[in-house]
Design a protein around this ligand. Structure first.
Ligand code: AMP
Length: 122
């Protein structure tokens, strides 16, 4: 991961309102919106409003209030998407080996149908 947070990453632009998103849920610490290139029948992303590059950056640097509030926001998003009954998968990519594309911490929420094997190496 680069040393410094890049304020020009696409999710930072979404948070500043410079790029639109299909919003699902928002509160003081997090925003949830539909992924622009869905990999499942339902594919959403939850991002913190603070400037964190990845899961490790977030959990090491964010306050307990932010960390707790973020995961509560993930749950609220799952409820808004009505995924609890059928099931869902949470995923977060950190760094090169995981293929992280956007250097702003995010959790993917996937559901809406059977998701197949957990990890593809293709
Ligand atoms: P990752 O590989 O974990 O960094 O995932 C980044 C995700 O962001 C991918 O699933 C992209 O499809 C998604 N994405 C990129 N740009 C946008 C955008 N403008 N709005 C919504 N999702 C986006």
């Amino acid at each position: 991961m680069p040393q410094a947070y890049d304020p020009n990453n696409i999710f930072a632009k979404i948070l500043r309102g410079e790029i639109p998103c299909k919003k699902i849920y928002e509160d003081e610490v997090a925003l949830c919106f539909h992924d622009v290139a869905p990999q499942a029948p339902v594919h959403a992303l939850v991002i913190p409003k603070g400037e964190y590059q990845s899961f490790s950056d977030f959990t090491l640097k964010a306050s307990s209030k932010e960390v707790c509030g973020f995961f509560q926001a993930v749950q609220r998003s799952i409820e808004a998407l009505k995924l609890e009954a059928g099931g869902y998968r949470l995923l977060s990519n950190h760094g090169e080996h995981a293929g992280q594309e956007v250097p702003h911490f995010h959790v993917h929420i996937c559901g809406g149908g059977h998701l197949g094997k957990m990890i593809s190496r293709s």
